[in-house]
Design a protein around this ligand. Structure first.
Ligand code: ADP
Length: 844
């Protein structure tokens, strides 16, 4: 610093305008340079020059808002600091820029601008007379110094007091003490102002204070404020607490507001404005103590990092996320059970059982505000309204809604985030979701929990367990955040197509609510109450322009869709709307000139020529024209025209399905061939069926091809389950296989309108099976008239809608004899009853 004494600066100086703070004489500052004007200055002046004078440039704080900075030169602040460029570093990352290390020498005033381009050059007048700086501050005050002397003395003493309060074992502090003693007093205010915490605005005031007296007057309050702050800090500081805790304790005691004291190494300029803004946000984010402490630590690191370092962006992103997370922001629940009931009923037709359970759940929540209830999991085929019920729940509670799709997630960091050590690391879906909704009590819909995968990267289900467990989720730790976030206010709802593939531990934490498929009638109602009005609105049509009669809807349901839910029905209605929209738009074009035609006889004529305004009604012909030929025909009766075919009912995660079983026989050695992607249980059922039929062949007069009493003698059997791409397994096809083979061995046709389901035993009993409701609905969809099911499944029929029950003929079977009798026209008589057991005769 003292080496600057006596320097005479050139009368013409190139000017560097910077947003990065205020350079004061006697301090050193790092300035990042990237504007074209400043880059030019560095290149043609600093890098090319050879003399000492060429390293001196004028640094002027740019007072224009950086966001509104334009190409033209802003009005120059009249006072600047001549600085000596000590170091110039260039880099191309992330964009070309230079970083200058500049030491302030003295103030100057701009007396005239000589040129603006390529960089500003100005005529300047040196303000600080460096050659007169001779009086060391340590010297006492003489009488002729007057007020200035007194001021400077007070200032010096305050500075000594401040340094005395600091920890002398820190090297910078020791350096500072030495500096204070050797500096001429004229430089004291500048040097001290650049070292203590002052805002850029305050520094600008110091720069503008040209007279020494004024400068002392301006800086003294800043210095005293700093001393007061430090005193307060020391009062609240507990022994051996680290820096962060020190700051924290001040915050908690409500003490020294805003900025905290810190002495920065090497006199570097403090954080730029945006770091300061970030710091303010950290203080305002209302986060828990642990998170706050981590943020402060990261902030501290950030301030020390040059912006060009890749880690700067990482740390910055992390802090941005931390301040954005809704640590303590939440929406207020507005739960009114009556309103909730109305809303659920309005949004969804049918699904009474589900709606009832959801209302119960909400009612309990209203009475008991703690959230430690079970997690609801809606299980059912696609398109039955699981997601949309979830959305309604959020609406009734007045909460934000967010859907997290889990299908195909096979990496636990998808849920829990990546550690920040990875390049491109990011938080998991839960934290991301919270950031998106901006409150800490949203409704999260975990969609498709049954499709979670597993891989080498860990099991995502295990991570979900932690999320869903009310005992643990108040301190959920995302790997990226690395601090706990309280998830206990989040309402989780899960959906799945089947419970079979949900990991058991996860299933254990959820209450499963089955959402079965819809009947044809329910679908028609849903279409007319919800889907058609929605689609009309989405396509900009009105009911006056398009009408879809119930008959047509029914046709769409049976001949163009085959599903348990209503998603493809909705798509088909969308297709009809699109086709009609074209017609309506064309029609409007034609009628336009008429509309603008002048009044009078001409218009009358036009009116008569135009077709009358009428809704477009979609009848069967229009339907075929729009959707093409029907995709599904009633194939049941067509396929049951040969012996050896029977119709079974299967349950799949996508709802119930009808399933054909075909059998044929040929000469051979009694072998059984099975095709159609079958599981082990299915193969066993086939063997069981054959054994039972062989055992009872005599009773039912079953024969082989040439009429021998053993149907397998000299015969090979081939059983086929069409739709080979789908894996089929489960015991419920047992009765169908028996019926199919009985038809083959007897040469009789199975009734074309019968479908069946049931497990068999070797003794010919029929055991109950699952999924009856879905299976019966599938049979009803396919136009079957009679359904054969196990006797012990009779109770499941109560769940069926009344109209389905009325339209179908149910035969409950306790044994295979009952099944065969119901499956064939005129029964399937046995000579002696197949299932009668030999009478026990007492030996007594
Ligand atoms: P999922 O989540 O079960 O696959 P969605 O909730 O996405 O199904 O439902 C698909 C569409 O069907 C949505 O547009 C939804 O509004 C509609 N929908 C399904 N069930 C009903 C219902 N009972 N009443 C009204 N609309 C329904």
């Amino acid at each position: 610093m003292t080496s600057n004494v006596g320097i005479q600066i050139p009368s013409r100086l190139p000017l560097l305008l910077t947003h990065e703070g205020v350079l004061l004489p006697g301090s050193t500052m790092r300035i990042s340079v990237d504007t074209p004007r400043n880059m030019h200055l560095v290149r043609s002046r600093l890098l090319k020059g050879t003399s000492l004078k060429s390293t001196i440039i004028g640094v002027i704080p740019n007072t224009r808002d950086p966001e509104h900075d334009t190409d033209d030169l802003p009005t120059l602040h009249s006072i600047g600091t001549a600085g000596m460029a000590v170091q110039v570093v260039g880099s191309n990352w992330p964009k070309p820029h230079y970083t200058l290390l500049i030491t302030g020498v003295c103030r100057f005033r701009v007396s005239g601008l000589l040129k603006e381009r390529p960089f500003p050059l100005a005529e300047v007048e040196q303000l600080d007379k460096l050659e007169q700086y001779t009086t060391p501050a340590t010297e006492g005050v003489t009488a002729e110094d007057g007020e200035l002397g007194e001021l400077s003395q007070r200032f010096y003493q305050a500075a000594v007091q401040l340094v005395g309060m600091l920890d002398m074992s820190v090297p910078v502090v020791a350096k500072l003490k030495r500096l204070l003693d050797s500096l001429p007093r004229e430089t004291l205010p500048d040097v001290v102002a650049s070292m203590i915490r002052t805002s850029n605005k305050e520094k600008l005031q110091v720069l503008d204070a040209v007279s020494l007296e004024e400068r002392f007057r301006k800086t003294l309050p800043m210095l005293t404020r700093q001393i007061e702050g430090l005193k307060l800090l020391q009062k609240t500081r507990k022994p051996r607490l680290d820096d962060d805790k020190r700051v924290l304790s001040v915050r908690k005691s409500g003490g020294f507001p805003g900025r905290q004291f810190s002495l920065e190494d090497e006199g570097e300029d403090e954080d730029g404005d945006d770091t300061a803004a970030l710091e303010r946000k950290v203080h305002g984010a209302n986060m828990p103590e642990a998170a706050f402490r981590v943020c402060l630590k990261e902030l501290k690191r950030l301030k020390k990092m040059p912006q060009s370092m890749p880690e700067y962006a990482l740390t910055r992103n992390y802090l941005d996320l931390m301040v954005e997370l809704p640590w303590s922001k939440s929406t207020k629940d507005c739960l009114d059970i009556r309103a909730a009931r109305i809303l659920l009923d309005n949004d969804h037709y049918a699904m009474d059982k589900l709606k009832r359970r959801v209302l119960e759940y909400l009612a309990v929540r209203q009475l008991k505000t703690s959230l430690k209830g079970p997690i609801l999991c809606f299980v059912g085929p696609p398109g039955v309204g699981k997601t949309s019920v979830g959305r309604s729940i959020a609406r009734t509670l007045g909460r934000e809604f967010h859907r997290i799709a889990l299908g195909g997630v096979c990496d636990q960091s998808d849920i829990r985030g990546h550690r920040r050590t990875y390049v491109g690391s990011m938080p998991g879906r839960i934290i991301n979701g919270l950031k998106t909704v901006g409150v800490n009590n949203p409704v999260f819909l975990l969609d498709e929990v049954d499709k979670l995968g597993k891989s080498l990267q860990g099991d995502p289900a295990a991570a979900l367990l932690e999320v869903l467990d009310p005992e643990q989720n108040h301190s959920f730790t995302d790997h990226y955040l690395n601090v706990a976030f309280d998830l206990s206010q989040v309402l989780f709802i899960a959906t799945a197509n089947t419970t079979a593939t949900i990991p058991p531990a996860l299933l254990d934490r959820m209450e499963v609510l089955q959402v079965p498929g819809y009947t044809q009638e329910e679908k028609v109602e849903i279409a007319h109450r919800h889907l058609i009005p929605n689609q009309l609105e989405q396509h900009g049509l009105t009911p006056q322009q398009l009408q879809i009669p119930q008959d047509t809807t029914q046709d769409v349901i049976t001949r163009y869709t085959r599903e348990a839910g209503v998603r493809s029905l909705e798509r088909k209605i969308g297709a009809i709307c699109r086709a009609v929209a074209v017609k309506v738009a064309e029609g409007q074009k034609v009628t336009k000139p008429e509309a603008s035609a002048p009044e009078g006889p001409v218009q009358e004529q036009g009116d008569m020529a135009a077709p009358p305004e009428m809704p477009i009604v979609i009848d069967h012909i229009a339907l075929k024209d729009i959707l093409g030929p029907p995709l599904f025909e009633m194939e049941v009766s067509e396929r049951l025209t040969l012996p050896g075919v029977a119709l079974g009912l299967a349950w799949t995660p996508l709802g119930g399905e009808i399933m054909f079983v075909e059998a044929s026989r040929m000469e051979g050695e009694g072998q059984l061939t099975l095709t159609g992607q079958l599981g082990d249980v299915m193969k066993e059922s086939a063997h069981l069926a054959i054994s039972w039929l062989r055992a009872n062949a005599k009773n039912y007069q079953l024969t082989n091809m040439v009429g021998a009493p053993d149907p397998m003698e000299g015969t090979d059997i081939h059983l086929h389950f069409p739709a080979g791409a789908v894996t089929k397994d489960g015991p419920s096809a047992g009765v169908t296989i028996v019926t199919c083979l009985a038809s083959l061995f007897s040469g009789r046709l199975v009734r074309s309108d019968v479908a069946m389901t049931g497990e068999i035993t070797l003794r010919g009993l029929v055991l109950p099976v699952g999924g009856i409701k879905d299976k019966v609905l599938a049979a009803h969809r396919a136009g079957v008239k009679r359904v054969i099911l196990p006797k012990r499944n009779e109770k499941d029929l109560e769940e069926l809608p009344a109209n389905v029950r009325a339209e179908l003929d149910f035969v409950t079977a306790a044994n295979l004899d009952d099944v065969l009798n119901a499956a064939f026209d005129g029964g399937f008589p046995a000579t002696t009853s197949a299932h009668t057991h030999p009478q026990l005769i007492s030996k007594l």
